[in-house]
Design a protein. Structure first.
Length: 182
């Protein structure tokens, strides 16, 4: 195992997710998976444009409704990520929670350096939505799948990286191949 991989794992486990998410490409997200014995850490980073349909602060009642719907979906892992094994959800955290309370500073992660001409942005800002799950798994985990592709049709690719007791690897997950089998 090389040093850069350990550095990345340290970022998964210790630092703010946004420290890792330095890229922002619409249609593409990232999934980081780290096993520590029975504990599995999953971190998913999605462009707000795909997860929510917009990247700015929710203004209309329809947008606020969409935001609450997504927050609920992420908190309860309703069709986001599935582990095949005897696993129970220990914690779920996502960056939309801060947005729910308008009195708190927003945790949007904006990236001003990247603008594609074909993006239809009225405001020149981008944001990611990040969700972190911790699972305890009493059995081996034989597969991880991402049913979220079904509810986020503009999402075309999730770049997954994992570091488990069995080894490490990467995979590009798509709606036609939305899983990793170990
Ligand atoms: Zn964007």
């Amino acid at each position: 195992m090389n040093n850069s991989h350990w550095l990345r794992l340290a970022l998964i486990l210790c630092l703010s997710p946004s420290a890792y998410a330095q890229q922002h490409t619409h249609g593409q997200g990232e999934l980081l998976i780290a096993q520590d014995g029975e504990r599995w850490h999953l971190q998913l980073i999605l462009p707000a444009a795909d997860a929510l349909g917009f990247e700015h602060e929710a203004k209309t009642s329809e947008q606020k409704k969409a935001q609450h719907h997504l927050a609920h979906k992420l908190t309860h892992n309703a069709g986001v990520v599935q582990l095949a094994g005897q696993c129970s959800l220990v914690s779920a955290e996502h960056s939309l929670q801060a947005v729910d309370n308008q009195n708190h500073p927003h945790k949007h992660h904006e990236h001003h350096e990247h603008h594609d001409d074909n993006e239809q942005h009225h405001e020149h800002r981008h944001s990611n939505i990040e969700v972190t799950y911790q699972y305890d798994c009493a059995s081996a985990v034989t597969q991880l799948s991402l049913p979220l592709f079904e509810s986020m049709p503009s999402l075309s690719l999730i770049k997954a990286q994992w570091l488990t007791d069995k080894g490490q690897g990467v995979a590009n997950l798509t709606s036609s191949q939305p899983y990793i089998a170990w």
